[in-house]
Every structure is written in C-alpha cells, then in structure tokens.
Ligand binder design. Structure first.
Ligand SMILES: [Zn+2]
Ligand SMILES: [Zn+2]
Ligand SMILES: [Zn+2]
Length: 164
C-alpha cells in the first residue's frame, strides 16, 4: 500500500552547490505555476529565492530585511501576499510552531507533510509519509473524529544539537 517514502530530505550539513538547489527550486516553481496557470511574478520569485537561501526556515521579518536591501519599497504586505501565494501554490510551507517559512522540495506533488523541528536551532526537516496521515485518519475516525488534512510539527533535537 502506498509508495515507499521517496522524499529524501536534503542534507543541509553536507557541503554542496547550494546555488544549484536555488536554481532547481525556481525552475520547479516556474513549472508548477505554468501547469496550474499561476503567475510567478518577479517579487514572488525573488521571495522564493530568499526562502531558499538556506535549507533552514526563515522568518517574515528576515525576508523583508533581505528584500529591503534590493528594493526601495519593500512593504510587509508585499512579503505577506507573496508568501501567501507561495504557500497556496505548495512552493513554501509555513512552520507555525516557530513562525517561519521553508521551501518545499517537491511542490509538484500534493502532500500533507510532517515536519521535524529542532527545538534548539530551529532546523526543520520535512518528511512526508502518506502512511502517517493514513494512520492518523484511521485512528481519528475510530475515535469518532474526522480530521482535516493537517501538517504535523514534531519537536525534538536534530543530530547536530544532540551531539553538541
Ligand atoms: Zn542546497
Ligand atoms: Zn513539502
Ligand atoms: Zn538543532
């Protein structure tokens, strides 16, 4: 039942050509938007790049600060509207528990993800295992509760913080 977990979280700790990650994210976003008839405007695209500047979540304020370096007028509503678009398009995920945003590796595939959130450094790893959602839905139904698709945020310690 179901596909095996294919999503291998990118290893942020391994040195790699991150510019290529950003390129890939922007190309994928352009494809996804084209397929769905959505418009990836320059500001939306730029904010996506900023979100992807690292394999780490970024807060709205930091996005705004980054954008303000390049544009005279970088108003908070611009950032929030663009983020809303990117989230709705599945290109970016909001991590509620730390009030930050992270780029999605696989926006082409609709999914409800689980996020492992390091409580110390706020590093986030996205896993998305449909089996977890299925199990949760079954258990909830058995408890007489129909849950809505909800991403899960699970706190813990990442490998690096645990070693420290
Ligand atoms: Zn990278
Ligand atoms: Zn995702
Ligand atoms: Zn950590």
């Amino acid at each position: 039942m179901g596909k095996p977990l294919e999503h291998v979280p990118h290893d942020h700790a391994t040195p790699h050509d991150h510019a290529a990650c950003i390129d890939q994210a922007v190309r994928t976003a352009a494809d996804v938007c084209a397929q769905r008839g959505l418009k990836l405007t320059p500001v939306r695209r730029r904010i996506l790049e900023i979100v992807w500047r690292a394999h780490a979540p970024i807060g709205a304020y930091d996005i705004l600060a980054e954008l303000a370096k390049e544009r005279d007028k970088a108003a908070p509503p611009t950032v929030y509207r663009a983020l809303e678009f990117l989230i709705d398009a599945g290109l970016v995920h909001r991590i509620d528990s730390i009030n930050a945003f992270i780029g999605c590796d696989e926006p082409a595939r609709a999914h409800v993800a689980q996020f492992l959130v390091c409580r110390k450094c706020h590093r986030v790893v996205e896993i998305d295992d449909p089996g977890i959602n299925r199990l949760l839905a079954e258990k909830s139904l058995a408890a007489g509760f129909r849950i809505e698709p909800t991403s899960l945020e699970i706190k813990g310690l990442c490998g690096e913080c645990e070693d420290a």
